[in-house]
Design a protein around this ligand. Structure first.
Ligand code: ATP
Length: 257
């Protein structure tokens, strides 16, 4: 018996605006993600990656097609999905301490304060920030702030984590550390992951499948399987022939498309 997908996208289209000045961002996208798997989405600038991710989170309603999470068409961000955006400086509340930022999504769940605190501290420990709980976001480096944003997405124990260019605003070493953090979270929690990225290396390193989008209006040019063993390592994995071949294949697809 085949397992039903955790995320299924069928005939997705999105057009911004109406009439002569409207813009078709997404022409036709279909894919499915199985539970516990990780998918990267790459494509040229302006391909519609952010538009696609907003449709997956339910933040915008697509003008055509459907997005289903665990078999149900989504409207608004469903329970069970965590989201991490690129711009951590705008997504964290500067007037709340780190631990209060992380527990924020639990407030509407009606949990007692001590339980909210316990879960927030657990999520902070997963991202290696136990010591920063009482600080404020503006007292932390960019990479640490993005760890807080990841902890906040994890605190609800999501079954699917959606990330939009999550590491585009941090330096290369921090980026590598955060990529390894995502791999560790996945190994520990079996959370399914979709990550949108500009970076071909990152797309291969983080995922089991890479969805390569064409330029706007986007469609799926190719679905590339990433056949690399776990655990992955920034040095050893990136030396493997399979890694280099997959990376070259995606590069050619994007630059030919
Ligand atoms: N709110 C909007 N109204 C009108 N057009 C929009 C809107 N948001 C995005 N677009 C257009 O839709 C297309 C896809 O944009 P989107 O931001 O999804 O692409 P992207 O692949 O994420 O780009 P980048 O890689 O540069 O971040 C672009 O041509 C963009 O100008």
């Amino acid at each position: 018996m085949t397992t039903p997908p955790i995320l299924e996208v069928k005939g997705l289209e999105h057009r911004y605006g109406a009439g002569a000045r409207s813009h078709q961002a997404i022409a036709a996208i279909d894919f499915a993600l199985q539970p516990t798997r990780a998918m990267s989405i790459v494509g040229p600038s302006g391909a519609g990656k952010t538009t696609l991710l907003r449709c997956l989170t339910g933040l915008i309603a697509p003008t055509g097609g459907t997005v289903s999470f665990e078999g149900t068409a989504i409207r608004g961000i469903p329970e069970g999905i965590g989201v991490v955006f690129q711009d951590y400086s705008r997504s964290l509340f500067p007037w709340l301490s780190v631990v209060r930022n992380v527990e924020f999504p639990l407030r509407s769940a009606g949990l007692a304060r001590t339980e909210r605190h316990r879960r927030a501290r657990e999520a902070l420990s997963m991202v290696g920030l136990s010591d920063a709980a009482k600080k404020y976001p503006w007292q932390l480096s960019g990479g640490m702030q993005q760890r807080v944003a990841i902890a906040r997405a994890l605190v609800t124990e999501p079954r699917l984590l959606l990330m939009d260019e999550p590491f585009a605003s941090v330096d290369a070493q921090t980026r590598a550390d955060l990529e390894d953090l995502v791999l560790a979270i996945r190994a520990d929690t079996a959370t399914s992951i979709v990550v949108v990225t500009h970076d071909i290396d990152e797309s291969v390193y983080l995922a089991d499948t890479v969805l390569v989008l064409s330029g706007s209006p986007s469609h799926v040019m190719a679905t590339v399987a990433v056949d690399l063993p776990y655990p992955r390592d920034q040095v050893d994995t990136k030396r493997l022939d399979d890694y280099l071949d997959t990376r070259a294949k995606i590069y050619d697809l994007i630059h030919s498309g």
